[in-house]
Design a protein around this ligand. Structure first.
Ligand code: NCD
Length: 324
């Protein structure tokens, strides 16, 4: 519903807005979302049905595979008493296979639904969908190597849950900083708050693009790029480990060369300390976090980080769609 193509700021009012980028948010918008998230958590944990989204249909259309984002959006709608239209793999199962344009697909789906959640392999597609939609808000569930705003909102919430603040943090981000869209949204989110420092560790082929690096360092955040694990600080508030994004490589030999560069396991944790840190990963992991630390109490990637995904998405859906 974003006709003027610029990003619409939330500015204290979520109603009817597209969610395309973390650049739409202010610190206040994020903290008010987390207040709503607490209510949503109560609804999800109780068994009593609610009607917050009764009569609403949310279409979820994913051009790329997903386990968490797709299902947590679907669960979030259903937790709130709404219904979903679910389109997996439209390149095979919809008229997209006959050559239908994205714009036409969106115009059709908005005739059936009250919101559209879209994941696509190309950067900028969520914005394109928002430009095409006349009546319904668009949720960006990942646009290629661009952004993944709802993931960053749940990541920030997971950090907030543990540390009760989103400023004065020291974080460590490891893995695929070039292609990892969750990283691109999370850095944007952390740069909204004061005095955050992020150490960035990746194979040299997978550093943040220089465009993004230059954009981010003009913001309110300190980025420190390092090449070796030994250059990371021993005190940190969170670790954010990520998968090397195989599907983005033109040359799979490069992927094979860099994929296992940084592996987090018990030995490394013992060596580095990181006593006060939580260990996050957007998942799926493909070997870069060893299962031998899954039960460590700092590990949240299969625990609160997952559950927060549904609660935060419930809060967004409620604020954006619910008739008040
Ligand atoms: C991430 C994604 O799709 O960007 N997954 C997710 O939504 N949690 C991360 C990834 O695929 O590596």
């Amino acid at each position: 519903m974003n006709k003027d193509s610029g990003l619409k700021k939330i500015n204290g009012n979520y109603k009817g807005k597209d969610i395309l980028s973390l650049d739409q948010f202010s610190p206040k918008d994020i903290l008010s979302l987390y207040k709503k998230t607490q209510q949503m958590k109560k609804i999800a944990l109780a068994t009593k049905p609610v009607k917050n989204l009764a009569g609403k249909i949310v279409t979820i259309i994913f051009y790329e595979p997903s386990s968490r984002t797709f299902n947590s959006f679907a669960a979030a709608v259903k937790q709130l008493g709404g219904q979903t239209l679910e389109v997996h793999d439209p390149k095979t199962f919809s008229s997209v296979s006959k050559g239908e344009t994205l714009e036409d697909t969106i115009r059709v789906l908005e005739a059936y639904s009250d919101a559209i959640v879209i994941r696509h392999n190309e950067i900028g597609t969520a914005q394109k969908a928002a430009n095409a939609a006349e009546f319904v808000p668009i949720f960006n569930a990942g646009d290629g190597i661009g952004e993944h705003p709802t993931q960053a909102l749940l990541d920030l919430m997971t950090i907030y849950d543990k540390h009760r603040r989103l400023n004065n943090l020291t974080g460590i981000m490891v893995g695929d900083l070039l292609y990892g869209r969750t990283i691109h949204s999370l850095i944007r989110g952390l740069s909204l708050f004061k005095n955050n420092t992020i150490y960035l560790l990746s194979p040299k082929e997978l550093k943040l693009s220089r465009e993004e690096y230059n954009l981010f360092i003009q913001r309110n955040i300190k980025l420190i790029e390092v090449d070796r694990i030994d250059d990371l600080p021993k005190n940190a508030d969170f670790l954010y480990w990520t998968r090397v994004q195989k599907e983005r490589f033109k040359d799979l030999r490069v992927y094979e060369k860099v994929k296992n560069t940084f592996i987090l396991d018990k030995n490394l944790l013992d060596k580095m300390g990181w006593k006060n840190a939580i260990i996050m990963h957007p998942l799926p992991r493909v070997g870069e976090i060893s299962t031998d630390i899954d039960e460590d109490k700092r590990s949240v990637y299969l625990k609160s980080q997952i559950r927060n995904g549904m609660y935060v998405r419930m809060a967004l859906l409620d604020l954006i769609l619910r008739n008040k």
